[in-house]
Design a protein around this ligand. Structure first.
Ligand code: FES
Length: 187
């Protein structure tokens, strides 16, 4: 998908603003990610063209920084630890269960776009609560199949929409003035 004109114009503007065009790569990647949600190879090629730099340099920068997404991801990120202490307490079984429960392989995103998950061999620093996983940067420890089910159900809840704030007094509809009482002589 080609970039929106406003994004392309912004990147061209960045190219003029920085003394070195390489300095514009990160703000350009942010601009693309804000527009499209992630940065495709096509978008990287477009950035390269606007900045007059090789596409390989844009790709190297996007893949170096973990904050840039190169494929669509779910609203929630689940990372399950499979390092030795977690494995000794059943991480393999929990990982297999998580994959079955979500219906996607390691590294995948659920069809409803709610959850992207992957396993990691790196200790996440909560071995005392093994087996464990990290959900949106929060630890979920002592995993069981039931706990995984409950977490998935929570993550699949639709995003709550805030109720509209009550109208200010000046904006509230004015009460209708009561009709004047009719006296006996008027009736
Ligand atoms: S080994 Fe899993 S949290 Fe340390």
């Amino acid at each position: 998908m080609p970039l929106a004109k406003s994004t392309a114009d912004h990147i061209k503007d960045l190219a003029q603003r920085y003394p070195s065009k390489q300095s514009a790569i990160i703000p350009a990647l942010w601009a693309v990610q804000h527009e499209q949600g992630y940065v495709t190879p096509e978008a990287m090629a477009e950035i390269a063209e606007h900045l007059g730099l090789p596409a390989s340099l844009i790709e190297a920068t996007a893949s170096f920084y973990s904050m840039f997404l190169t494929k669509p991801e779910g609203r929630h990120e689940v990372v399950i630890c499979v390092n030795a202490p977690c494995m000794l307490r059943g991480a393999d079984e929990m990982t297999a269960y998580l994959g079955r429960a979500l219906g996607v392989r390691d590294g995948g995103t659920t069809a409803d776009g709610a959850i992207t998950w992957h396993s990691t061999i790196e200790c996440l620093g909560a071995c005392g609560g093994a087996p464990m996983m990290q959900v949106d940067h929060q630890f979920e420890e002592n995993l069981t199949e039931e706990r995984i089910d409950a977490i998935i159900e929570r993550l699949r809840q639709p995003v709550a929409v805030a109720a509209p704030a009550p109208a200010a007094a000046s904006e509230r509809p004015k009460r209708k003035a009561p009709a004047p009482r009719r006296t006996r002589s008027e009736s």
